[in-house]
Unconditional design. Sequence first.
Length: 303
Amino acid sequence: MGEKKFLNNKYFILLLFLIVCFTWGTTWIGIKVSVETVNPLLAAGLRFIIAFPFLILITIIAKSPVLFPRKSLHFFVLLTLFYFTIPYYLLSFGEQFVSSGLTSLLFSTMPIFSILFSKIILKDKIFFNQLIGITVGFVCLIYILISEGFVISYTDFLGVIAILLAALMHGFLYVYSKKAGEGINVFTFNTLPIGVAGIILCLLSCCFEENNFQNISLNSWMALIYLGVFASVGGFIAYFFLLKKMSPVILSFIFIIFPVVAIFISSIYENKIISINFIICTTIMLLGFAITKLPGNFFKKNK
């Protein structure tokens, strides 16, 4: 009873929430460091290869099935390709040209894509506050990209598009999983897709990238281990534990908080001064996205 009481303690849940915000906020600098001396396909693949044995062990301990139900094989393929394989390659590719702080800001658009796909796939209603939040958020994001010069540089802009595509794919799979992933255990949901994605990415790297493991720096190896063990495994377990203990709406504010963590850490590691203009636009953008989290009848109640 003592352990159960501890796990339900509000201070423990708050601590876990802050840990997830910090872990997801530092993921972006981890990707940035990993691709300094590792090619993007290999970096994404090694991250998952490192995480896979730990997830297998956890899945066995939890007595959860490793394999997907036969009727859900199409969902397994979609999840493997469009949630893990392609998006994480795109993120590794994008961070070769975009700062880790801005990458996190771009990826924080994922819940917005979820709202749009919810309308298309689940026929959910889009509320007035969501339209306001989406409009404000994306206008600020476009202004940030223009002011930071990412629309002028072709390679930098290519990195931005890659990151936004990764966010779009995640947004789609978050919504589609509500429809196709019902009843699938959370450990089953992640374990085998991560393992298969890791193998696919490493095989593609062997075919299309020139790799020299002797040139991989210690910093890149440490970043890959951090991404594999702490971000992919630890962050995943903590997030899904919180999903059972907290409101999904409150939990979704992680996507508003982690960019702040990432931008702060990015400015320190990459020795980049954050302008007042960038801070103001980022704040307005994240507030815009936060508005989309308000209840649909919020404005009606406050008339």
